[in-house]
Design a protein around this ligand. Structure first.
Ligand SMILES: C[S@@+](CC[C@H](N)C(=O)[O-])C[C@H]1O[C@@H](n2cnc3c(N)ncnc32)[C@H](O)[C@@H]1O
Length: 209
């Protein structure tokens, strides 16, 4: 997309302007706010792991909800500008690296109340390829969340709509009390994205001691 078209697109976008006005780092803040309003994913005092967190709008929203007694661990392969708050840790690491997995297990252990993943790669416009890549990122997030969540914890991940989602959903469903798909109103109309909202982690028998 040409730079001029991107700029004019932004100018017309309600959530882009709202984010600027309310001090959020990106319009995506409103997707998490809308999810929170509907599903009450995060609670005060929670430990939240935010995957694919840059530039940090979801981290801002999550931090407002958990308050000073909660903790956010925000991870992205790109740098995340510091929040200068003790209870928000930012880490630049790639989801595909073993180092990240080990870091999260050491830093969080099995104490995360919520894992939120807005992980997304660059899209090519070729639907099948983009959707497979998205499913791969969602699978990485799911694997991480099984190792970090407390029983009863919640997991949210970005997915692309399409037939291959059924297979992923079948993998995820046995581990949660409820799994739903939802598209927040703040999602751009042309986007294929939606979120899988997984409530009430029931445990990972393979990895539980
Ligand atoms: C849609 S943006 C996230 C926006 C963020 N939730 C916010 O509200 O500011 C998707 C993010 O996923 C990150 N990402 C994509 N692939 C990744 C990977 N393999 N490891 C870590 N981060 C990745 C990108 O760098 C990008 O910052």
């Amino acid at each position: 997309m040409r730079v001029s078209r991107v700029l004019s697109y932004k100018k017309q976008d309600h959530y882009y302007h709202l984010a600027k006005k309310e001090g959020y780092r990106a319009r995506s803040a409103y997707k998490l706010k809308q999810m929170q309003k509907k599903f009450k994913i995060i609670r005060r005092g929670n430990v939240v792991v935010d995957l694919g967190a840059a530039p940090g709008a979801w981290t801002q929203v999550a931090a407002e909800i958990v308050g000073n007694k909660g903790r956010i661990i925000a991870v992205d392969k790109n740098p995340i500008r510091s929040f200068y708050k003790e209870n928000i840790i930012t880490q630049q690491m790639d989801m595909r690296s073993k180092r990240l997995f080990n870091y999260l297990v050491d830093e969080v252990g099995k104490k995360a109340n919520v894992v939120i993943s807005d992980l997304a790669g660059n899209t090519t416009g070729e639907w099948r390829l983009d959707s497979e890549r998205q499913q791969y990122l969602a699978t990485l997030a799911f694997v991480v969340s099984k190792s970090l969540l407390v029983k009863g914890g919640n997991f949210v991940t970005k997915i692309f709509r399409g037939p291959n989602i059924k297979e992923f959903e079948d993998d995820v469903k046995p581990f949660f009390k409820s799994v739903k798909h939802w598209r927040p109103p703040a999602t751009r109309k042309k986007s294929a994205e939606e979120y899988m909202i997984c409530i009430g982690f029931t445990g990972d028998t393979e990895n539980d001691e």
